[in-house]
Ligand binder design. Sequence first.
Ligand code: AMP
Ligand code: MG
Length: 487
Amino acid sequence: MDIAFDNSFHDAMEGFYAPAEAAVPAAPALLVFNHSLAASLGLDVANAGDEQLARVFSGQEPPGGANPIALAYAGHQFGHFSSQLGDGRALLLGEVVAPDGKRFDIQLKGSGPTPFSRNGDGKAAIGPVLREFLVSEAMAAMGVPTTRALAAVATGDRVQRERAHPGAVLTRIASSHIRVGTFQFFAAHFGADHVVRLSDYTVRRHFPELADAANPHLALLDRVIGLQCDLVAHWLGVGFIHGVMNTDNVAISGETIDYGPCAFMDRFAVDTVFSSIDANGRYAYGRQPQILHWNMARFAEALLPAINAVDPADVERAKALVTAIPDRFREAWFTRMRTKLGLANADDADAELIDGLFDELERLRVDFTSFFRALAMLLRGDAAMMEALLPDPDAMAPWIAGWWAQLERETTGPALRAAAMDAVNPLYIPRNHMVEAALAAAEAGDMAPWTALLDVVRHPYAVRAGCEAFAEPAPEDSGPYRTFCGT
Ligand code: AMP
Ligand code: MG
């Protein structure tokens, strides 16, 4: 199978990666292939059967035209700097330009060791591969910027973790794999000229309109901060907890990347942490805005040599951009929350309403996802869903009265507003207990529950008959949920 690769990073950025090859899997078998994504990328897979897709997207049969490379990067992991990370279990097959003109990386994840694998095996187990596939597709369906999943292939090999698991390879599509950690790597090891080269490439590839700015590196910082503020506001709005917001897991494109121990919150608690390795709650739900600020400060530091090379006076401007992040984030957050609450017109009193909501959700441990759907039902004159969520029907009466008061200024009628709310507030998300059950079945060889769950979360908004169970939170007595990186 041929792919019309156009490998700009490979061609322009020699020295920023290492050539690498995929390991040969024992017996590749296709688990799932995303045909609609393939079509939007312009990949010609019409004549490829499942067996060929399995060979190509497991690394057994490299597509014609591929120039596989592993990218170099560094990163702060849980606050500590590692100067040598890089694609240790991933391989960039190449880039394609989609029919709409957008450029994408096609990457294999879990395809064996690379020069950056350190002590790792470069492999991935089926559970984390199918979790990333499912969650990234759910995020895409909810309009959250994200990498996508093109294929998952079982390798037929066993991967040793706490115990042996079936191995798999994920094919990930990203608008690029340039991370904050990529900048940190070249700032730490090489200095200004390499940072300038990387920044210039990044601007050309992602933000060509910034190339004419007085200082494109400063403009890049500004843009990336804006994208990250929007992204994290979006995450909080759907109850998403990334779990490993290390700087190597922050994509410059503003896409969510590296789905490891991520999960969605059920009952609201601002300090929710799912990841078993996040003992101190560094990446808890409510800390994500602070971590975004911290990560952008690291990005600014890495960019400083380039910013300074153009104009030393811009260093102060870069610092000011970083200082302004909390305000900028709050703006993005309020914008998102207004849409969730059906408030089309901004008003100063919204801040109090929004902050007050989270106090109430926390106090009452309300199911976060269902709450916004129940609010829209109130607009339709139906209180049953809200009453079922609350410990007693009046538990949130003062807050709800305040919300009604804010709605007074809206000009559209309640039915239209309820519909607008339902169009941004998902009903079906990958619920933790559903994800776990689906992954356990898949590991045991039964893909049906996972496939059913994928189909549900790909249509997050419209009520579907027969899907009631997918909208339910985990039973209260199911105990704390724990997730694992699976690396
Ligand atoms: P992550 O925390 O998953 O973003 O990964 C952090 C770093 O560890 C990256 O450089 C990965 O490439 C590397 N890594 C994770 N798992 C493996 C593995 N199984 N083999 C080799 N490298 C790995
Ligand atoms: Mg990573």
